[in-house]
Design a protein around this ligand. Sequence first.
Ligand code: SDX
Length: 432
Amino acid sequence: MTHSNSITLTNPKNQTAFDMPILSGTIGPDVVDIRDLQKKSGMFTYDPGFISTASCSSNITYIDGDEGILLYRGYPIEQLAEQCGFLEVAYLLLNGELPNAAVLESFKQEITQHTMVHDQLNNFFKGFRRDAHPMAIMVGIVGALSAFYHDALDISSKQHRDLSAIRMLAKVPTIVAMCYKYSTGLPFMYPQNKLTYVENFMQMMQGTPCESFKPNPVLVRALERILILHADHEQNASTSTVRLAGSSGANPYACITAGIACLWGSAHGGANEAVLKMLEEIGDVSKIGTYINRAKDKDDTFRLMGFGHRVYKNHDPRAKLMRETCHEVLNELGLHDDKLFKLALELERIALEDDYFIAKKLYPNVDFYSGIVLRALGVPSNMFTAIFAMGRTVGWIAHWDEMISAPDQKIGRPRQLYTGPVQRDVPALKSR
Ligand code: SDX
């Protein structure tokens, strides 16, 4: 971060001028450093939704919304999705560099040794209804992890932070699979150390104690890519939630739980489930026009789920990769005539030719195709966001660790523009 220039502001109340430094990163827009604004002017900035606000500096992920660029530690998402496995990318996000073969193998072994959860966690599931939403269960179970790991909750210790990171990365797939099994009444499956990270998740999700599980390599590769595409995305709502929770010194399991809760919203990670519901509601290409018109109608709350993005005002590079993965999986499974996929392709084509969507720069985002792929992989729609959370856990951990390790780390405590009543006296009850 360098200080290149400054911007001069004049306070209209007293005509005093003051300079605010302009900071530059390695790539991307400069920022105005307003940390002294309140001291120099007595005023705050006002930016609900943080449209124009950089909440931190970070070395992890870079997005260029106009060019449709996404880099993890400088590497383009297209190359990572094509050439790497998920744990390779996870190591990169956590450590800043891609591992060599030996380091990767040892990282994989370390993760494998932590994939089981404490057996008493199984009892927690019994408190939930079988039809509870898997994200509600995940919030409960991941939040409870800190009750089992008192041996490594000193966040000032790098060793404790690293162990918590390994434990979460290793256990979240097991918990996600348990959420699914619990909803079906089928027994939980234990992790199998001889399997890879994604093979293991698939056997815990789809395997049964009655027969050995044979993973389909094309489907494993597809899910590996889905997790890579979801692994991180700069300061999105759930990552910002994790950072804010962590800034108070909360333990990492509680912070990741806060991220899971935030991701569940349909404007964020819950959109993939909402896309599938929307496609099923549209049902047929003949109805697409009606729904496009609803999405454009200001008086209608309906939005085209899986479209639009706060940052991407061009194609979300992940959506294109997800569409390719969709083709691969549906072809592998002989579902190339899948009705919903054809409907999604036609909806995308029509929307991208519509003046409203062109004017507002609304393109398909990562969630538009992910639901169709996951459904083809046999994942029920209420599990889609849990899979998103499984991929994003490593990004949340990387940002949490970066925030905790930052030399200028402070508790996050925004201010407000107060628009409520001025001070007044409490009238006696009998006179109200
Ligand atoms: C994710 O931040 C991230 O990086 C998130 C994510 C990640 O990896 O972490 O990329 C994952 O959350 C992807 C987004 C998934 N959500 C959806 O697909 C839900 C549908 N999309 C919208 O709700 C919306 O586009 C958001 C929430 C994604 C972005 O909202 P913004 O940036 O606050 O934009 P906005 O709501 O102000 O919309 C700008 C205009 C509005 O019209 P005007 O008020 O200017 O007239 O575009 C319209 C909106 O009405 N608009 C849409 C629309 N999205 C925006 N109109 C119809 N359909 C849509 N989907």
